[in-house]
Structure formats: C-alpha cells, structure tokens
Write a protein that binds this ligand. Structure first.
Ligand code: NAD
Length: 454
C-alpha cells in the first residue's frame, strides 16, 4: 500500500521503516531539512536498536524515501499518518500546532481520497479538529469534504525497543468514525495491519474518542505505577525495609505483575511527563480533577531530586571542590532521548551546589551536549563544570562518588576493583538499584540505592 508518514522522528521513522519492511511503499516527510539530509545520506538522526539496518534495507529496495516536499508527500499516500510532536504547552495541555499544520497541508494538496491517521498522542477530540482543518482547506479549493476520513491509531512503542514493539505489538488500537468513509478507512487500516495480526488478532477496533483516550490511559497507568513504587521506596528507606524485596513480594501477585514496578529517579522522556499532564488538563477542561494523576506528577517531580537529597545527606549542602562521576544521561537505556531526562535535573542541582560533574553515556552524549547547552543558557560558568568522557571508567578518575542515573546494561557488572581504585572514595549513589547492598558492603563500597534502607 502507498503510505505517507508526516514527521520523521522516533515514532514516524519507526512506523515508516516497519511498514516498509512489510512491503508497503513509504514516503517519510519532515520539515527539518537537516533530518532529511541525514536520512538521505544513509544516516539515522536518532538511536534506536535495529532501526538503521531496517531503514538501509528498505531504502535499498526502493520502498522507503525521505523528503521535505509537502505536495509530493500528500500525493504519495492513500493513507497519511500524522506522527509529529505534541509537546506540552505552557499550561500543560498538548500543543496541537504541529498536528493541525500537518492536517492543513493535507487539505491544501489532496486531490484523491485519503485516510488520515492520527499516530501522534493527541487529546480526546483532536480527530475532530484535524478533520475540521482539512475540510476547511478542501472547501477553500472547492473540493468535496468527504475526500478524507480521520482515524485514531495511537502508538504504544517504547523507545529503546521501538522496532521490536512495532513489529510485535501487544495490541493495535484503531478508532474510526461510524460513517461510510469511516468504514472504508477501517477496512484500509485492517489491510495495512494484517501482516501484524498473522500470529493472532491484536487489533482493537473502537470509536475515535475511545482510541484517543486509550493511549493516555495506558501511559497514565504506567506512570502511576512508577510514582507509587517511588513513594513506597522512600518510605522503605525511612522504616528500614528493602523495596526490592517488596517489589518481588507484590509483583508475584498475578493481579499486579512485575512490570513497571521499579523505583528510581522518576520517569522522564518525551511521553509520560507530557501525557500525564495533558490528560489532567483535559479533565480540568471538563470540570474534573484527576486527583491520582496530579499526585503522580507531584511525586515524580520530587523523585528527580532524590539522589541529590541522598548526596546532600552524605556530604552536606555545599559540594564545592567535589567531583561526581555520572553514569547514564538518557532518560532510559537503549535510546539517546534526553527529553525530560532526570539526569538534567541532577546535573543542574550538583553544579548549583558547586560540584564538578563528569558524565558518560553509551549513546546519548551528543544529544546531551545539545540539551545541556540549553539548560545552562545564561550560566556559562555552570556549563564549564560539566564534562563528558568516552568510557565509563574514565569518568571515575579522581571523583568523590559515582552516581548512576540510567540502567544501561554496561553498568550492571562493572569491574568494581577498578571502580574503587579510580574513585577517591568508594561511594556509589545508585538511582536504579543495579547492585545488591550486601555485595557492595562486602566489597567495602558505601552504597546508597533507592528504597534499600540507606
Ligand atoms: P519527534 O519530535 O521525535 O518527531 C516529530 C517530527 O515531526 C520532528 O522531526 C519534526 O521536525 C516533525 N514535524 C513537525 N511538524 C511537521 C509537519 N507539519 N510536517 C512534517 N514534519 C513535521 O517526536 P516523537 O517522539 O516521534 O513523537 C511523535 C508523537 O508520537 C508525539 O505525539 C508523541 O507523544 C507520540 N509518541 C511518542 C513515542 C515515543 O516513544 N517517542 C511513543 C508513542 C507515541
């Protein structure tokens, strides 16, 4: 099938590559010429395991192209996926300007019937806005407004495992209008996703608004589990319990399950923070407060400071003359995404207290440099206190402690002898509970985890 993907970021690129992999003919559009240039010269602007190879394979087979040409992109696909960003607006709601701009472009150029698919995470009611924007543009051109039908098909992939998640999804959610055009759109979506349903049917068909809400409900539930565990971990520290034992004790209950029960430095990334706040905003617009979600957000904000709190408790508030090694910058492993990464808060707070920070991340350092430039805008002296090195052991040289922020696999079993040799004091603040406190004690390492009674 001929498909256009509007927006070639984390979701758009993965969607485009995976649909091309199934034999479809894909046109990926982006308005950022730098991104398209990188893609057209064989690179990939983001890090996502398996994506580069898949893009190369499908580009070579002539099934995947990248361009900034809006008219050509609209002409190409009978199905037009909107996969542009929906960042938080100042008031916490989802900023729909990119979605609406993409919709208008379709309305300005469409001459044949199109199925428009909202792949971006958008608040309930957005499909109506997309539809209205397209129809307005079609009417200006005196074309039939029935040319387009809008479908909601939210994306559930996880960064770091995005290709795998897209190719073998837990579920595919498709929301369509109950009109003749909507039914035709549903049939086209069924055909497009048929290869993903060969093993068993994974698609849930529903109305558009329910599909839009399903995406927010899923992220809100996951964020709730994280904040719940973080609150319990902080309590475990106070009462002398071990959150890891508690996690296993409750995860073994089949009604609860083990997934998403880890405590840490708070959730980050491009989705949970903005989606929790956008859902809460939607509810407020309808005269309701989502009290649980407001608490989830508040707990998460505090949790980003938990490592700094532990560092202060150990060393005092003034960290002048101290140097900290930081392992992990990305908001989670296997990605270079730095959006809302807790590492950014931790670095700011350490520098604010006078400390130097030497950071290492296997893939996120180029993106982190860019983000730190923004975070330290107006504070060049602060920025000078942060450096990055090319391997994890080098980061430790002469540091007063190691701070672990992201649970990359490479950090799970380091050579502790070397870690101890390189640090001036054998102290680890572990924001991901990678190590056993008893093993650390045996090695003579002073160890602070999250909720591990220290
Ligand atoms: P992104 O910022 O990585 O990519 C968005 C891209 O859209 C950018 O490259 C931007 O240049 C481009 N763009 C903006 N306006 C455009 C326009 N009018 N025409 C063409 N291109 C345009 O964003 P992302 O992380 O891929 O997220 C996209 C959407 O998917 C968001 O709504 C997000 O919430 C949702 N989502 C993201 C993830 C994730 O893990 N990143 C998972 C599920 C859903």
């Amino acid at each position: 099938m001929k498909v256009t993907i509007i927006g070639s970021g984390y979701v758009g690129l993965v969607t485009g590559a995976c649909l091309a992999e199934q034999g479809n003919n894909i046109f990926c559009l982006d308005l950022d010429p730098k991104k398209i240039e990188i893609l057209n010269s064989g690179g990939v602007p983001i890090y996502e395991p398996g994506l580069k190879e898949m893009i190369e394979r499908n580009r070579a087979a002539g099934r995947l192209q990248f361009s900034t040409d809006i008219a050509a992109s609209v002409a190409h696909g009978d199905i037009q996926f909107i996969a542009v960003g929906t960042p938080p607006d100042e008031d916490g709601s989802a900023d729909l300007q990119y979605v609406v701009a993409a919709a208008r472009n379709i309305g300005r150029h469409a001459t044949t019937p199109k199925v428009i698919v909202d792949k971006s995470t958008v608040p309930v009611g957005t499909a109506d806005k997309v539809s209205a924007a397209i129809k307005e543009e079609l009417e200006k051109r005196k074309l039939s407004v029935d040319l387009c039908s809008v479908v909601s098909n939210p994306e559930f992939l996880k960064e770091g495992a995005a290709v795998e998640d897209f190719m073998r999804p837990d579920r595919i959610v498709i929301g369509t209008e109950n009109t003749a055009a909507g039914l035709r759109a549903k049939e086209q979506m069924r055909k497009l996703y048929a290869p993903f349903n060969r093993h068993h049917e994974r698609t849930y068909y529903m109305d558009v608004k329910s599909a839009e809400l399903t995406k927010y409900a899923a992220n809100a539930m996951l964020a709730t589990r994280i904040s719940f565990m973080n609150e319990l971990a902080n309590l475990a520290d106070l009462v002398g319990a071990d959150i890891e034992a508690v996690r296993q004790g409750i995860g073994s209950d089949s009604r609860i399950g083990y997934g998403f029960l880890y405590s840490g430095t708070g959730y980050g990334g491009s989705c949970f923070p903005k989606d929790v706040s956008a859902l809460s905003k939607t509810a407020k617009e309808h005269g309701r407060d989502l009290k649980i979600l407001d608490a989830v957000e508040a707990v998460n904000e505090l949790q980003k400071y938990i490592l700094v709190e532990k560092i202060e408790k150990r060393f005092g508030k003034d960290l002048k003359g101290m140097k900290f090694a930081l392992w992990g910058l990305a908001f989670k492993p296997n990605t270079d995404d730095m959006r809302e990464a807790p590492s950014r808060v931790i670095i700011q707070e350490l520098v604010k207290r006078g400390a130097l920070v030497v950071a290492y991340d296997p893939v996120a350092m180029p993106e982190a440099k860019h983000c730190l430039d923004l975070d330290f805008k107006g504070n060049p002296d602060g920025l000078k206190k942060v450096s990055m090195v090319e391997n994890p052991l080098a980061a430790l040289d002469g540091c007063d402690a190691l701070v672990i922020v992201t649970e990359w696999k490479a950090f799970h079993s380091p050579d502790f002898e070397q870690v101890m040799q390189k640090l001036t004091r054998p102290i680890i603040f572990d924001g991901r509970n990678l190590y056993e406190p008893s093993a650390m004690q045996e090695l003579g390492i002073e160890y602070y985890g999250i909720g591990r009674h220290n």
